[in-house]
Design a protein. Structure first.
Length: 203
């Protein structure tokens, strides 16, 4: 078994750019400068190549989902493109299969709506963008919707609030996998100060 921690950041059409780039910067900085053991961060998408974000930025998927290596963690962003993904049976089944394989699923913003549509948040604590908290509750009424936390770590599922909260969640993942010193060094390296309120949360 490989000792490399492999993290996939999902790209799709109309993805919210900061949902991708925020966690990518955090995880990529950790992988390149801080991590004491190998960490690989990959951009994955339905196909390899360029997707267009919701603000028009072109983002490049390194690997197609079908060709991606086994993932230890998947970061699932939000954005307008999730409106199609919550109805995409193949995508929802792929998420369920990742979960069965032991992949930790970490959503940003409305990415949690997709996890909920896949049935992966049933009976669990979770959060999302503040404007979509009601939508999360109606997608699966059994979800314990957390309204104040920047992120919620429930073990094999980690969800974060809107957009910039993905940075906080990614820093939490660095601490979770690399330790508190790695988290603080990464935070200092990207010169990021966490919000004073609502900055954390578990079940």
């Amino acid at each position: 078994m490989s000792d490399t921690l492999t993290i996939g950041v999902l790209l799709f059409e109309d993805v919210e750019e900061l949902d991708v780039v925020g966690p990518w910067e955090v995880l990529g900085f950790w992988a390149a400068h801080i991590a004491s053991s190998p960490v690989q961060v990959l951009a994955v998408g339905p196909e390899a190549g360029v997707v267009r974000g919701s603000k028009g930025l072109g983002l490049v998927a390194d690997r197609a989902l079908a060709d991606a290596p086994p993932l230890d963690v998947l970061v699932h962003p939000g954005g307008n493109g999730t409106r199609a993904l919550v109805k995409d049976a193949a995508h929802l089944e792929w998420l369920r299969s990742l979960r069965e394989q032991g992949t930790v699923l970490a959503s940003v913003c409305t990415g949690s709506l997709v996890l909920a549509a896949a049935g992966l948040l049933a009976g669990r604590p979770a959060t999302t963008h503040r404007d979509y908290l009601d939508k999360l509750a109606t997608t699966d009424p059994s979800v314990d919707v957390r309204t104040r936390e920047r992120y919620v770590d429930d073990g094999d599922i980690v969800t974060s609030a809107g957009v910039s909260a993905g940075i906080d969640m990614a820093l939490h993942l660095v601490t979770r996998y690399g330790g508190s010193e790695a988290g603080e060094l990464t935070r200092a390296g990207i010169q990021y100060e966490a919000p004073e309120s609502g900055a954390g949360g578990g079940s």
